[in-house]
Every structure is written in structure tokens, then in C-alpha cells.
Ligand binder design. Structure first.
Ligand SMILES: [Zn+2]
Ligand SMILES: [Zn+2]
Length: 464
């Protein structure tokens, strides 16, 4: 064995790391009772502590037990990785949450590429871990000392942000979460990927159509050039990713862009946001169909994230017949309400209204749109469903008024079904996200030869 410094290690220590690896809490407990110092020991070569081993293997009871014995959550191994980084790498959300609750520092950098736990979660596509770390970043001292948005855009030693690595590895759900949290869509890397690449270049290189879609919908610039003067389109062409290239072609129709500069868009409730995001995905899917029509990629349907609602085709249950039809398009049900005046319209029309004007490129500000019915300035949008609204805004005074508005056209059964593609899309979206993350979650930890198998081998090698 190469790292043969192990002769002096005693049998108890060997048993201790074995127990941490196997999640044998009883054995851990007995060994720690006999020798409490074991909790802080590390393996000889990789300097992994039992907390690292338990976090990497997803053994929550062992993680809890070690933390309860005052093991520091931020202990580092030989490569300066924290247990939280290992939990994020392997997608063990419960262990990650336990470590975060114990005060794990999210702003530690490993010595491999100077990456943080946020990079690791994004790289391996563990959106649940990414979400938990982002939530912690909003409340921990990081938000005060660094600022939340700066943390979201933290760079590794090659200039790669979590968004860059997620785009390169084809992790659309992580790309989405990061963009939503303030990741700068057009930031170029340093030397990561090809010098000066943006996330769009990296998604084009990786051939992830879903990441390309996400980035375009957040305003990624198709004509941004990397240091070699290439736009993302040429990168996709060179790599043979034809469908990506078709969307990235600057000559193709412009995608609809999420109106993030609008203040009230940043303040949307989760349900209203999901409706508008689904409307955006739907609008862009239509555009995509036109672009790909007649090419060999025309069948490239989006399997998950942006395809929410498509799975509803077989769902014929009609339990809501009396939805109010949108008086702008007379197509879909009113799902969004302008809270200020109580006027309602469908998500697609609301979105079209918000995306109507382009942001001022210098200031990135948008003029807030006016309500198309009364011309009052929109400052807050909510879901039009009166039940949902009663929960979301208890005691809002205009509710009875809204319900007693002059009779609006009522939807036919068919219409009502069609329209609920919007309202059910939140469920569709989250279930699609769920299956996506579990799909990604399974295998992805193994990508860098650091998967469970390799991990165990290493440990085996490392132990006496
Ligand atoms: Zn409409
Ligand atoms: Zn109005």
C-alpha cells in the first residue's frame, strides 16, 4: 500500500471509521464511550474525519451523533473539503441540513479548485442541497459580510461561478435556481472552459438544450463572444449539438425573457411565480417548435422542466367549470390578479404585458406596466384563485368586490380544462423537478471518480 503510515493506528480506530462508513450508530456510540478522542481523529492519508465519512455516505444518525459530541462542522480533510461539501457532492440533503443547522460555514474553499459547497452542489446537480445552501446564505453571517448575491456569484480559482459549472454539467434545475437567486447570466469565466466563456457557451459546449433554454429565458446574450471571438452558436455547431445551435442561432426568433428587472416580479409569491414561469416556458416552447420545425430536431421535446403541463393531456377530470375567462385573449382562464385594482387576466397575457418593453440596457430597469383595464400602475400580482388568495392575503378588503364584479364570460368545460394547464403547472413543475433531481441525484455523484464506490475504495486504502 502506498501510504503505509498506518501501522501505529489501533484497531479501535479502524472499527470507528468502519462504523461511521456503515452508519452503525450503536458501534460508534460504544467506541466513543471508550475513547471520546476518536471523534476528532482523521484517516491517515486523506485526513477524513468520521463526520466526513458519515456525511459522504448520507448517514444522518451518525452525523447527528458526532455533531452532538461537539465535533466542529467545519473540520477539513487533506483537500480542505468540509463535511458539508461532501454531503453536497453526494446529494445527501438531510446531512447537509443537519450540518447547516449546526452552523457549518458555507464560505469555505477547498484546495482542489478553490470551490465552495455551492459549486459542488451545482456541479453534481443536487438542487435540493443547492436550495438549502442558498437558504442558509440568506440568514447566516455570509449575507452580512459578503452579501447574498456576491455569494451566489462566488468564483473558483478558474473564475467559474456555480452557474458556470451547472451549465457546463447540464443541470437545468440548478441553473434555474441560481438565476432566480441573482446569478449574473452573462458573466464570463476566467480560464474555466474556454477562456471568457459565459454560461451560455458552456451549456452549448455540454449540449444541454434545457440549460440553453433556461439561460435564454433569463436574458443570456446570444451574440456574446468568448476570448477567441466565438459565440455560443459556433460552440454548439462545433460540438455537433444541432438543436442547441438552432436556438442559439442569432438569426432565430428572440426568446421571451423573464422580466426580472421589474420590482413586483421579484416579490411574487411562489404560486403566482410558478404560473408566470409556466407561461414563459409555454411561450418559448411555441417559439422553439417554430424554429425546429422541419429540421431533424423537431421531435426534440423537452422532457422535464419546461414541459410542465404537457403531461396533463390524459387528465380529463373537470371539477372547476366556472373559471373566469381572460378578457384579453378569450383563450385561457384568469389566473393572475393585479392586487392594486383587482383586475384579472391569464398568466400568458400578464407575462406578455410585463415583457412588452425591453429593459434599458444601461440601467437594466423596466418601466412597470399599467393594468390594461384601468391603466393604474401594477405594483403587485397575486394568484386570482379566491381561495388561494384568502390564504395568501388574509384580511384583504377587496375580496368581496372582486367576486361581485359584473358577470364575466364563463369557460366551457373544454376551456376550463385547457386553462388549468396553467393552474396545475405548479404541481407539474414541481413533480417534474422532483423526478429530474432524483434522476440526476442517483448517478451524478460518481462523475468525477469520487462516487460512493470510489469513495469506499479510497477509505479502504486509507485505513490501516
Ligand atoms: Zn389572456
Ligand atoms: Zn386594473
Amino acid at each position: 500500500m502506498g501510504h503505509g503510515l498506518s501501522c501505529s493506528r489501533d484497531g479501535d480506530e479502524h472499527d470507528f471509521f468502519r462504523a461511521a462508513q456503515a452508519g452503525d450508530v450503536d458501534a460508534l456510540d460504544a467506541l466513543l464511550a471508550a475513547d471520546p478522542a476518536l471523534a476528532r481523529r482523521a484517516t491517515i492519508y486523506d485526513r477524513l474525519t468520521a463526520l466526513h465519512v458519515a456525511a459522504a455516505n448520507g448517514c444522518l444518525p451518525a452525523v447527528d451523533m458526532l455533531l452532538a459530541r461537539a465535533v466542529r462542522p467545519d473540520v477539513v480533510d487533506r483537500r480542505k473539503r468540509t463535511p458539508l461539501m461532501l454531503a453536497a457532492t453526494h446529494g445527501h440533503i438531510d446531512c447537509a441540513l443537519a450540518l447547516l443547522r449546526a452552523g457549518a460555514n458555507i464560505l469555505m474553499f477547498d484546495s482542489v479548485n478553490a470551490r465552495t459547497c455551492l459549486h459542488h452542489a451545482a456541479y453534481y446537480g443536487h438542487a435540493d442541497c443547492l436550495r438549502a445552501i442558498l437558504a442558509a446564505a440568506r440568514t447566516t453571517p455570509v449575507a452580512d459580510s459578503w452579501g447574498f448575491v456576491r455569494f451566489v456569484n462566488v468564483r473558483d480559482e478558474h473564475g467559474a461561478t456555480p452557474l458556470h459549472v451547472a451549465a457546463r454539467q447540464g443541470r437545468p434545475e440548478c441553473v434555474h435556481l441560481l438565476l432566480e437567486s441573482g446569478a449574473i447570466v452573462s458573466a464570463p469565466t476566467g480560464s474555466y472552459g474556454f477562456p471568457g466563456s459565459t454560461a451560455l457557451h458552456l451549456a452549448a459546449r455540454g449540449g444541454s438544450l434545457e440549460c440553453v433554454r433556461e439561460l435564454l429565458a433569463w436574458g443570456a446574450d446570444r451574440v456574446h463572444r468568448d476570448s477567441a471571438g466565438r459565440i455560443a452558436y459556433s460552440v454548439a455547431m462545433k460540438r455537433g449539438h444541432g438543436a442547441c445551435a438552432a436556438l442559439l442561432n442569432p438569426a432565430a426568433a428572440e426568446p421571451m425573457v423573464w422580466p426580472s428587472p421589474l420590482k413586483f416580479i421579484g416579490e411574487l409569491g411562489a404560486d403566482a411565480r410558478a404560473l408566470l414561469e409556466a407561461a414563459l416556458a409555454e411561450a418559448n416552447r411555441e417559439r422553439e417548435k417554430k424554429i425546429l420545425k422541419g429540421t431533424k430536431y423537431s421531435d426534440t421535446s423537452s422532457p422535464a422542466l419546461t414541459d410542465a403541463g404537457a403531461g396533463d393531456d390524459g387528465d380529463e377530470v373537470d371539477d372547476q367549470e366556472d373559471e373566469e375567462v381572460c378578457s384579453i385573449c378569450f383563450e385561457q382562464a384568469c389566473s393572475i390578479e393585479v392586487e392594486d385594482c383587482g383586475h384579472r387576466m391569464c398568466a400568458a397575457c400578464t407575462l406578455a404585458l410585463c415583457c412588452h418593453s425591453k429593459p434599458n440596457p444601461a440601467t437594466l430597469t423596466l418601466q412597470p406596466p399599467a393594468c390594461p383595464f384601468c391603466r393604474s400602475c401594477i405594483s403587485r400580482l397575486v394568484v386570482a384563485d379566491s381561495k388561494a388568495k384568502a390564504v395568501a392575503v388574509p384580511g384583504a378588503g377587496d375580496e368581496t368586490e372582486a367576486e361581485e364584479k359584473p358577470a364575466s364570460p364563463r369557460l366551457s368545460r373544454r376551456r376550463s380544462r385547457r386553462s388549468r394547464e396553467g393552474s396545475s403547472s405548479f404541481k407539474g413543475l414541481s413533480s417534474a423537478m422532483g423526478s429530474l433531481s432524483s434522476k440526476i441525484g442517483r448517478g451524478s455523484g460518481r462523475l468525477a471518480g469520487d462516487g460512493d464506490g470510489a469513495f469506499l475504495d479510497k477509505l479502504e486504502h486509507d485505513l490501516p
